[in-house]
Design a binder for this molecule. Structure first.
Ligand code: FES
Length: 107
């Protein structure tokens, strides 16, 4: 299923099939609570709940990371305080709050 069909169906891109016994925790993604398990990356947590991480600021196309190992910079998210994080290499933590869309340009 492509990202558009997953979104329409309300499905995430990823589905957990193992390691289900880790400690559950909640983070906020764009202000909405998202359930994750300790040891998940932010990208894993987000993509279990939605079909894409963000939309490209130029093309509008859905993006879900690319390298998944901290090298390509396709998975930037930011905290409410403005700190940029690579979602693929940042582990979830209780109370973490991230925003997925790029900050508006201060032009
Ligand atoms: S997906 Fe490439 S840096 Fe995160």
């Amino acid at each position: 299923m492509n990202p558009h069909a997953l979104k329409k169906a309300g499905l995430g891109l990823l589905h957990r099939v193992a390691e289900t016994g880790r400690t559950p925790l909640t983070l906020l993604v764009d202000g909405q609570p998202v359930q994750a398990l300790a040891g998940d990356t932010v990208l894993t947590a987000i993509l279990q709940h939605q079909a894409a991480l963000r939309h490209n600021e130029f093309s509008g196309q859905p993006r879900a990371g690319f390298c998944l190992m901290g090298a390509c910079q396709d998975c930037w998210v930011r905290t409410a305080q403005g700190q940029r994080l690579r979602a693929c290499s940042t582990l979830v933590s209780p109370g973490l709050s991230v925003l997925t869309q790029a900050e508006e340009s201060p032009l």
